[in-house]
Design a protein around this ligand. Structure first.
Ligand SMILES: [Zn+2]
Ligand SMILES: [Zn+2]
Length: 175
């Protein structure tokens, strides 16, 4: 697919991800569909949270476009292997669930698939529903203590104990 045919707001996402691929374009469409609706229901003091149900190329577009990231604690991965993207608002959990309909990727080639995903109507591509979800808690900062085997500091909630000693998980697994 020729670069000049691409929507201009897709380019920074390609730069972020490192290449153009059908998965990324799918994430771009899903984020667009979700963001449009969430903007309408969002007020100033509500925090956006994204929940993704796969770890494909698509989730890079979701992170880039929503600003929700793994490090900020407002991006959650549920390993269900599904193209389902939920955007919700803290604290109440109201949001939108965008799920891929079954019958896409009819086109064979990679460029054809990209083109197809970009040109399809969003309601043809996705089921889009308003939902209320239970949101995971904010990430908390925990104290650390050194592992008695490797000496590296470990967050207290991840320390494993054996015979009165504290271990990090990799060391504990090798005991
Ligand atoms: Zn990719
Ligand atoms: Zn260790």
């Amino acid at each position: 697919m020729k670069t000049q045919q691409l929507p201009p707001d897709l380019q920074p996402i390609i730069d972020f991800h490192g290449h153009l691929c059908p998965g990324l374009v799918l994430g771009y469409r899903a984020a667009k569909a979700g963001m449009q609706r969430i903007h309408a229901m969002r007020s100033e003091d509500e925090e956006l949270v994204a929940i993704v149900e796969n770890n494909s190329c698509a989730v890079d577009a979701i992170q880039f476009m929503t600003g929700c990231t793994f490090g900020k604690g407002n991006f959650f991965f549920r390993d269900f292997g599904k193209h389902v993207y939920t955007l919700a608002l803290r604290p109440h959990g109201r949001g939108v669930r965008v799920s891929l309909k079954g019958d896409m990727f009819r086109e064979e080639g990679r460029d054809e698939r990209i083109e197809q995903i970009l040109s399809m109507d969003e309601h043809e591509l996705f089921d889009i529903q308003n939902v209320t979800v239970e949101l995971p808690q904010h990430a908390r900062i925990h104290e650390s203590a050194p592992c008695s085997r490797c000496g590296e500091p470990v967050m207290e909630t991840r320390i494993e104990k054996k015979d009165g000693k504290s271990y990090c998980i990799p060391c504990f697994n090798e005991l």
